[in-house]
Structure formats: structure tokens, C-alpha cells
Design a protein around this ligand. Structure first.
Ligand code: SF4
Length: 392
């Protein structure tokens, strides 16, 4: 008998793995393809939605198909690139195949792709939140990162979204872009705040072999402005400045990378950190049932071919053992500013963390309040040290 994690609702993630160009720092599995491939891809995602119960069963996933969908997230990639009619089709497939209440329906959008007619159609089909890839307000930084948009596009797009009726906008900003300085970061932060989005996500630049920029840095090259990256110390200072500025502008930090005005924390993303159930559709989409985690094939063409020939598009399925569940509780729980419920976790997993908690608390890394333990707000940028200690 399957046990879900005390949830009655389900989040749905829909992956659109296409972009106009590849940003230099991007380590996602997204591709730049001809727009002729968009419609066949969306048809395949709709097919996966219609046949999800059989496709999951064929891949050995046990799925309890009775939960109501309260959040949907169309991410990518750049889903705002698509003809809005394709998004209408996608959301119609959800409505026809799930008990769908669509309380929070997010679309990821890049500034240069936002147009009034598109935005009106997004709202008409039930999209009520836009996660906006602003990244920086400095053209030199946007150019160096290979972004398609410029500062002016952000100023043009935000009123278009507001006029269309979007009352919940989230901005993404990246701390650590090539050419970024203390002054330019301060400027990006203050321009973002002045536009008054309901939600702001700050991501720290990741340097790894998954991106062109990362590879260039690892090879000590100079392409993609690789030698103009801010230092790690500077990035930590950018993060701390964001904490201060956003707090004084009335944003509450609820997760390591996320701040919101009261009532605007992302309901969908909270499901990931709270280990609630979600189902992902599309190439590379991930899912979690409480008992298993699984992911689809990343390659969009291989995904479309699998679904069209009636094969399961799943690439791997992992059983969530008690040990894995415990690690997830610590790792995901500590990302949230509300922290983890220590007594629940200790009794559920039969562990005792008391001595480690005392040590970490004495060194100022964590704070304890009743049964709850959380990272000290001033130590969020060094959270890995705490995780390593608790999971040892
Ligand atoms: S828009 Fe986003 S997903 Fe697309 S290439 Fe740039 S960073 Fe990657």
C-alpha cells in the first residue's frame, strides 16, 4: 500500500526544454531548435499526460492517481517562446486528465519574449504567476552572459504583464555574473526592488563542467569573460547585501534563494522543499511520489519518439529508502528559513542529533527555537558545512 506524505494535493511540473540561444552559464538540459519542433513536442507532452498511469506502471512506478492539482509550473527552457496556443493545449490536457484547481499556475518567461497578445492569452488560459528571467539590470553583464534580453526589455515587459492581469511576478537575479561588481549588483537589486515584484529569487553563479562558462573557467581560459567573474568572497557579500536590501524593502526570506512579500511564497516550489508529491511531464522532468523519485529522458527528440511509440519516457526510477528520506529531510528542510522539526525527524528516523545540534548551535551556525532548528540567517551562504556535519 502506497503511503503519501500527508498531502492531499499535487504539484505538476511541465518542462519545455527549448531556448532561443544558450546562455554561457547555463547547465540545464535545454536545446536551441527550430520552432517547427515546438508543436510536436507539446503533442508528446499532452500524450504523456493522457497516458501517464499506464506509462508509469510500465516503468515500475506505483502511482496513486487521486490527488487534486493545486499548483502547476511550466518551466524550461523558455516556455514563453511558444505560441500561446500550445500552452492552452497543455493546460487543457491537465484539466481533462486530473482534478485540477489551478490555484497557482506559473509560467517561466524571458523578458524579450513577452508581448501583449501573448500575455493576454496566458492569463485567459489560467496562468496567474510569471517567473521572470531578469538576471541583471546591467547590459554589459547580460551581453557577457549570452542573454537575449537587455535592461530595456525588462522595463517594457513588466507593465505588459501587469496590464494583462498578472498579479504575481517573480524576478530571478544572478549573483556572480561575469563583470558584476559591488556597485552593479547594488544597482540590479535596487532596480528590481523598485519594479516591485511580489517575489524575488537570487541564484548564486555555479561554475561546473555543465556550462560553457564553467568549462572555460576550469580550463583557465578567457572566453565568455571567464576572467571577469567576481571572487567567491565577493559573491558571498552580494548575497548578504541582497538579504539586507530585500528585508528592508519588505521581502521575507523563506528559503535560501527565495524572498517574497507576505502571502506570495511559491506554493509550487514549497512542495519540493517540503517533500510533497509532484508529477513532472516533458523531457527531463522529475517526479516524486513519497516512495519513489523518477525522471524522464533529457533528450527532447528521444522523449518525443518514446512517447509517440507508446514506450515509457522514464530514464530512471529510485526507491526512496529511509536513509535517503532522512538525508532529504535535512537537506531540503534546512534550505527553508522555517527550519526542520527536530523531534519529528528524530522519532521518525530513529536518530539522535542532539550532540551535533549543540555543537553547531554553539558555533553560531544554527538557531534552535522549541523543536525547530534552522540555519542562522547570517550563515545561509555556508549551509554546506552544517549539512555535512548533520549527515555524517
Ligand atoms: S534562458 Fe535559462 S534555460 Fe535557456 S539557456 Fe538561458 S539559462 Fe539556460
Amino acid at each position: 500500500m502506497l503511503q503519501f506524505l500527508a498531502v492531499e494535493t499535487l504539484g505538476l511540473y511541465l518542462q519545455v526544454a527549448f531556448c532561443q540561444t544558450k546562455c554561457t552559464y547555463c547547465n540545464f538540459h535545454t536545446g536551441v531548435v527550430s520552432s517547427e519542433r515546438f508543436a510536436p513536442y507539446i503533442d508528446a507532452v499532452c500524450k504523456e499526460i493522457v497516458h501517464h498511469v499506464e506509462l508509469l506502471a510500465a516503468a515500475g512506478v506505483h502511482w496513486q492517481d487521486q490527488l487534486a492539482i493545486d499548483t502547476a509550473y511550466i518551466g524550461g527552457g523558455t516556455p514563453s517562446l511558444l505560441d500561446p496556443q500550445l500552452l492552452v493545449r497543455l493546460l487543457a490536457a491537465l484539466r481533462a486528465n486530473f482534478h485540477y484547481c489551478g490555484d497557482e499556475v506559473t509560467l517561466e518567461a524571458d523578458p524579450e519574449t513577452v508581448e501583449p497578445e501573448k500575455a493576454a492569452k496566458w492569463v485567459a488560459t489560467g496562468i496567474n504567476r510569471v517567473s521572470f528571467g531578469s538576471q541583471s539590470f546591467i547590459d554589459d553583464e547580460l551581453k557577457a552572459a549570452g542573454r537575449m534580453h537587455r535592461r530595456d526589455d525588462i522595463y517594457r515587459a513588466v507593465p505588459v504583464l501587469r496590464d494583462a492581469g498578472i498579479r504575481n511576478i517573480s524576478f530571478d537575479l544572478i549573483a556572480g555574473l561575469p563583470k558584476q561588481t559591488d556597485d552593479s549588483w547594488r544597482q540590479s537589486l535596487s532596480e528590481a526592488i523598485a519594479l516591485s515584484p511580489e517575489h524575488i529569487s537570487i541564484y548564486m553563479m555555479e561554475i561546473d563542467e555543465g556550462s560553457r562558462l564553467g568549462l572555460e573557467v576550469l580550463r583557465s581560459g578567457s572566453r565568455y569573460s571567464a576572467r571577469e567573474l567576481p571572487s567567491e568572497e565577493a559573491m558571498a557579500e552580494f548575497y548578504e547585501l541582497a538579504q539586507t536590501e530585500l528585508r528592508s524593502a519588505g521581502y521575507e526570506q523563506y528559503e535560501i534563494s527565495n524572498w517574497a512579500r507576505p502571502g506570495f511564497a511559491s506554493k509550487h516550489n514549497l512542495k519540493y522543499w517540503r517533500r510533497e508529491a509532484y508529477l513532472g511531464f516533458g523531457a527531463g522532468a522529475h517526479s516524486f511520489s513519497g516512495q519513489q523519485r523518477w525522471a524522464n529522458i533529457h533528450d527532447a527528440a528521444a522523449y518525443v519518439s518514446a512517447v509517440n511509440s507508446g514506450r515509457s519516457p522514464l530514464e530512471h526510477v529510485v526507491a526512496v529508502t529511509a536513509e535517503l528520506a532522512f538525508e532529504e529531510e535535512i537537506f531540503l528542510g534546512l534550505r527553508q528559513l522555517s527550519g526542520i522539526d527536530l523531534s519529528r525527524i528524530e522519532s521518525q528516523y530513529g536518530v539522535s542529533l542532539g550532540d551535533k545540534i549543540k555543537r553547531l548551535s554553539a558555533s553560531g551556525m544554527i538557531e534552535c527555537q522549541g523543536d525547530f532548528v534552522r540555519l542562522s540567517p547570517a550563515k545561509l551562504s555556508v549551509s554546506n558545512e552544517v549539512l555535512v556535519e548533520l549527515l555524517r
